[in-house]
Design a binder for this molecule. Sequence first.
Ligand code: ZN
Ligand code: ZN
Length: 287
Amino acid sequence: MKRIVSYTFATLFLIVASSAQAQSRFDNVEVTAEQVNGNVHMLTGFGGNIGVSAGDDGILIIDDQFAPLAEKIAAQLDKLGSDAPKYVINTHYHGDHTGSNAFFHSHKGATVFAHSNVRVRLANDEEIEPEALPTVTYEDGIKLYFNDDVLHVIHLPTGHTDGDSVVWFEKADVLHTGDLFFNGMFPYIDLGAGGSVEGYMDSVRILLDKISDETLIIPGHGKVSNKAEYAAFLAMIEETFAFVKAKKAEGMSVEDVVKSGLDEKWGTWNWNFITTERWINTLYTDA
Ligand SMILES: [Zn+2]
Ligand SMILES: [Zn+2]
């Protein structure tokens, strides 16, 4: 069960990224930029939100969506100062966050940073070209002194995957969580790649402890957010996990939990990739 759930989701992104149909779908995607705070910006298109530091030192980006969007991302970065980022940081290995690595590394000369498990997972994937692999890896994290700010790149274990990193801009007080936050949506937890529900909640608790009410958050998916919304996201996971765990302990099958559903107050968290059914499956598998 565990395997099927995560495999299905991972392949979904691969299929989306590689089919000809998807190419025309990407053709219609518009990449747009918004200022988050100071010299920190966010780009949205299709896939994980891209964090940007733009200033006198040049451009640094956090995540880079899918390969077919690389030129469009570069065009937006150009407006912020340069289409050639000096550094790319990958928050984890998923294709909607690392798809343009090869483009920015090979064509634009970027150095790509990630947790060591991100490189291992990408290297083990036959579909991934060697140019897409991170060129600098770390275990616990790194600090980058860039554009008059200090970027704390922090690894958190066994949450969304086994190679998760977040980036906190100390001066701008902006946190890019990668996929440790899906704003207002049920999260994807990659149980087949070292993620876990308990670990995911632990990571979110650690991050909530680090930030203040003024901190602005770039989530992996969804709109720019804040601590209160992040806390509400954690509460949703805690409550739905406790609920599904109790049903499983009572001996209820996953099919029956899906059939009876979650409290209707969680209905708005359902979305096309992680439906209520898929979320219950994840919780049940890991309970
Ligand atoms: Zn994602
Ligand atoms: Zn992800």
